[in-house]
Design a binder for this molecule. Structure first.
Ligand SMILES: Nc1ncnc2c1ncn2[C@@H]1O[C@H](COP(=O)(O)OP(=O)(O)O)[C@@H](O)[C@H]1O
Ligand SMILES: [Mg+2]
Length: 362
């Protein structure tokens, strides 16, 4: 068990941690979320004493590891960390990367260290890669090796700092799946992540960090479905919304479809809904409005999740004379659009350069 009591961390020009109080129980899987710069990494570094707190106490299994004279290596042995950037030694092979800390820090002999490393590599599906060098592996494979290196030390708690954010999207799944297996084994973990779906489904507790404190804490359902405090509500709702401008016929619809996909994947949208949004966007903006306005197109597209009504909407503001997409002569596009949504309404408006508004409910 780890207890954080009034933990503060100040740098010469900032104080990212003002007053952190928390108890991490054995078996907890805690997802830490919050805006960039909120102090999430700083918090993890404090927990395993990579960066000592400037004030407050950290109690690990009843021992105050922040006390003067305490051997911080003892705490570090209990608390493993996995970094965004893997931090493998590139001049060492995979197996050496996993063996060396066991030999140097835990005093295991070579055979023990080798057997431990091999069994972990097999567990994450990389048994055949033991003699390779890190540069011969993909990002997802390197991160799985880094996880093995941490596990080899038999830590009581594992801290993950955005373990998938340096990865190509195609490799996020394989690393998340290894971490999910660890959760199933009942390991105690603290995971900083921007992958909200992952955060929600893997954790039993969520910490939302802001303003130098754990601003709101709750179960995943509480934080993602029913946040109580102002900043948490704004953060969660922003996760579920996306906005972009279309200002020429050169607009890259392909890239935008990819953004919608990524947004849906990171957040909490059903796969079917992501597909409906992509499809409605493509037909309404890429086909109907583009054919109507051509090079003169100016459109602002917002995809918004409304917590109050529990619906996802797409609002499209655009220029030109009054034009209801329902009157479009692009028959097939209109049909696909209508199949992807439940309601579409058109309004004449005056809002800056925009004169039309279409509201779609999925
Ligand atoms: N080693 C450091 N020296 C000075 N300032 C730092 C250092 N590490 C972090 N900070 C500052 O602490 C704040 C929080 O950073 P960080 O913990 O990395 O946030 P997060 O991980 O939530 O994005 C930032 O304003 C950052 O500039
Ligand atoms: Mg960080």
């Amino acid at each position: 068990m780890i207890e954080l009591k009034h933990v503060e961390k100040a740098f010469h020009d900032s104080k990212p941690l003002k007053d952190i109080n928390a108890v991490i129980n054995t078996g907890d899987v805690i997802a830490v979320i919050g805006p960039s710069g909120a102090g999430k990494s700083t918090l993890l570094r404090c927990i395993n004493m990579l960066g000592e707190p400037t004030n407050g106490q950290i109690i690990v299994d009843g021992e105050d590891v922040t006390a003067k004279g305490y051997d911080v290596n003892k705490a570090r042995k209990k608390i493993g960390m996995v970094f965004q950037s893997f931090n493998l030694f590139s001049h060492l092979t995979i197996i050496e990367n996993i063996m060396n800390p066991q030999i140097q820090i835990l005093g295991r002999d070579k055979k023990q260290a080798y057997e431990k490393a091999m069994s972990l590599l097999h567990k994450v599906g990389l048994g055949s890669k033991y003699a390779k060098y890190p540069d011969e592996l993909s990002g997802g494979q390197k991160q799985r090796v880094a996880i093995c290196r941490t596990l080899a030390m038999d830590p009581e708690v594992i801290l993950f700092d955005e373990p998938t954010s340096a990865l190509d999207p195609t490799m996020v799944g394989e690393v998340e799946s290894v971490i999910r297996d660890l959760a199933k084994e009942g390991r105690t973990m603290v995971i900083v992540t921007h992958e909200m779906k992952f955060a929600r489904t893997i954790s039993n507790r969520v910490f939302y960090m802001d303003e130098g404190i754990i601003y709101e804490e709750g179960s995943p359902e509480q934080i993602f479905e029913n946040p109580q405090k102002e900043k948490t509500i704004i953060f969660i709702n922003q996760l579920k919304s996306l906005e972009f401008l279309i200002d020429s016929s050169e607009f890259d619809f392909q890239a935008t479809a990819y953004r919608i996909e990524e947004y849906g994947r990171k957040n909490l949208l059903e796969h079917k809904l992501i597909y409906q949004i992509e499809s409605a966007f493509e037909e309404l903006c890429g086909q109907i409005l583009m054919s109507h306005l051509g090079n003169f197109i100016r459109a602002k597209v917002s995809i918004i999740y409304s917590q109050k009504e529990n619906v996802t909407k797409m609002i499209v503001l655009y220029n030109g004379s009054s034009f209801d997409p329902n009157d479009s002569d692009k028959g097939i596009a209109l049909k696909i659009l209508k199949n992807s949504i439940s309601e579409i309404s058109h309004y004449d408006i005056v809002e800056g350069e925009y004169t039309n508004k279409v509201e779609i409910i999925f």
